[in-house]
Design a protein around this ligand. Structure first.
Ligand code: PEP
Ligand code: MG
Length: 542
């Protein structure tokens, strides 16, 4: 047995085989080949396999997210069959007598650079696609990658780090736990692990030969046991049983009200990043969606999602939730959530840089496309729109002007939409806290993003693992701010909620209730434990 101590990101126990997940940037060795004909066959077989995989992905996407979103896999298939692409690979194998993976990787790079240099936006967007397709081929040729995931056995994913865009693409039903070498407790990957209700560790110095080994991840201890002894395995299996029983007990709270001992009802909503999280939202009986991180829609692809594609996703979320509230946050890209095709220049300090609403107010075409999709989708349920990273009243006024322009365009084009969609903002900068009295005059609700509010208030980069000890989301400064926000919001006629991770801290629930918070939005798996806590708490008195 080998054990490693890491830092826990989410509790729980998982038992299963390890799959070392290597991201796209593999080091490809350049090898001389004698039998070039055999090497060409190897390439052709790999291409057939890739085409088949893409066909399967297309079918899956079609069923889950509709035709418009699935189309990207067809584009990838077309690229694989492109004659210029093929010719370049065959030339390298035949004329330079080099191995197929090298030929694919260098062709992928050349084509990607060529696309990136083009004037046309659409073609520039293809740069990431050709890279993606080439990486898929290389994974098949080297046998390194997610083949075991596809074979159906759920695994413990061990990796150096996982970008949010990578995590979102993993088949969640096949992941038992995440264990990474890098990453911070507050990264978006950590948030995703919480959403998926699976144990996750960071800071684990793993070894390459763990691949395929049986392991136990104990999220409460922050430990991973590789090839565990019988004693450890028995003990953890019993704990896993215990965990399952507890979860069943919580299920009894389904359908019950979120009402305190002294009779105050509050809303408990769920945070999601994708339509595939909707199942967990319904299973855990959330009263609505308090935060739909719409940027994941942009992250999981290599070109801008069109209005129609977005509309279909928002409509699906609204329809699935019936009359329950669905708060969709507009694009919050930038900082740790990067998409190549946005072509954002390198920044020294991206968390304080060109991100979220700053991009939307600068590149209004992107913003308007999303707003049009949202207003159209508003016809299909109870939708609200929320804007991230606000620092001033002027920003909100400008947003409202753009919203009016969008509505005017929809009216002019006779496109059905609701006129009175509720509009809110995230309070996640100290500036927004300090002018929250004025901001409350402009909007219908506030939702506090404690993840960023902590980062900006304490001057702690939430992505920096070295500072995890100093990242204290219930710092007295934050708690005082929360009170100010609730008071100013209410005075200005807004309802107030919290959608940052702090909302799930059950030790603080009673304090939030006493501050007057009307809504708490948490990962779907926290909904029922929070309901239990609310039902044991008091909302009035000291
Ligand atoms: C937050 O900052 O608290 C928040 C909810 O937004 P995100 O974590 O997506 O930045
Ligand atoms: Mg935020």
């Amino acid at each position: 047995m080998r054990t490693r101590q890491g830092k826990s990101v989410y509790k729980g126990i998982a038992i299963g085989k390890i799959l070392i997940h290597r991201n796209g940037q593999q080091v490809i060795k350049r090898r001389h080949i004698d039998d070039t004909e055999a090497e060409i066959r190897r390439f052709q077989e790999a291409r057939e396999k890739a085409l088949k995989q893409l066909g399967e992905l297309y079918d899956k996407a079609l069923a889950e997210v509709g035709e418009a979103n699935a189309a990207i896999f067809e584009v990838h298939q077309m690229m694989l069959e492109d004659l210029d692409y093929e010719e370049s690979i065959l030339n390298i194998i035949k004329n330079q007598e080099l191995n197929a993976e090298y030929a694919v990787a260098s062709t992928g790079e050349n084509f990607s650079e060529m696309f990136a240099a083009m004037d046309d936006d659409y073609m520039r967007g293809r740069a990431a696609d050709v890279k993606d397709v080439s990486e898929r081929l290389v994974r098949i040729l080297t046998g390194v990658g997610d083949s075991k995931m596809a074979s159906g056995e759920p695994v413990i994913i061990v990796a150096d780090d996982l970008a949010p865009s990578e995590t979102i693409q993993l088949d969640k039903s096949k992941v038992l736990a995440f264990v990474t070498r890098h990453g911070s407790v507050n990264s978006h990957t950590a948030i995703l692990a919480r959403m998926m209700n699976i144990p996750a560790l960071i800071g684990v110095d793993y070894e390459e030969d763990w691949d395929g080994a049986l392991a136990v991840v104990d999220g409460s201890q922050g430990m991973i046991y590789v090839e565990p002894t019988k004693e450890v395995l028995d003990e953890k299996r019993a704990a896993l049983e215990e965990q399952k029983k507890k979860e069943q007990l919580l299920q009894k709270l389904k359908g019950e009200e979120n009402i305190t001992l002294d009779g105050r009802k509050i809303n408990i909503y769920a945070n999601i990043g994708n339509v595939s999280d909707l199942g967990a939202v319904l299973q855990n009986d959330a009263g609505g969606i308090g935060l739909f991180r719409s940027e994941f829609l942009y992250l999981e692809r290599s070109t801008y999602p069109t209005e129609e594609e977005q509309f279909l996703v928002y409509k699906r979320v609204a329809e699935t939730m019936g009359g329950r509230k669905v708060i969709i946050r507009t694009l919050d890209i930038g900082a740790d959530k990067q998409a190549d095709y946005f072509n954002i220049e390198h920044e020294e300090n991206p968390a304080m840089g060109y991100r979220a609403i700053r991009i939307c107010l600068d590149r209004v075409d992107i913003f308007k496309t999303q707003l049009r999709a949202l207003y159209r989708a508003s016809m299909f349920g109870n939708l609200s729109i929320m804007f991230p990273m606000i620092i001033s009243v002027e920003e909100v006024k400008r947003i409202k002007e753009i919203v009016e322009e969008v509505k005017e365009e929809l009216r002019r084009d006779q496109v059905p939409h609701k006129e009175d969609v509720e509009i809110g903002i995230m309070i996640e900068t100290p500036a927004a806290v300090m002018v929250s009295d004025q901001l409350a005059q402009e909007v219908d609700f506030f939702s506090v993003g404690t993840n960023d509010l902590t980062q900006y208030t304490l001057a702690i980069d939430r992505q920096n693992p070295k500072l995890d000890n100093l990242y204290v989301p219930d710092h007295p400064a934050i708690m005082r701010m929360l009170k100010i926000i609730a008071d100013n919001g209410h005075k200005g006629g807004c309802w107030v909620g919290i959608c940052g991770e702090l909302a799930a801290n059950l030790d603080l629930t009673e304090q939030f209730l006493k501050m007057g918070y009307d809504e708490l939005s948490v990962s779907p798996t926290f909904v029922l434990p929070l309901r239990q806590k609310v039902r044991e708490s008091r909302a009035y008195g000291e």
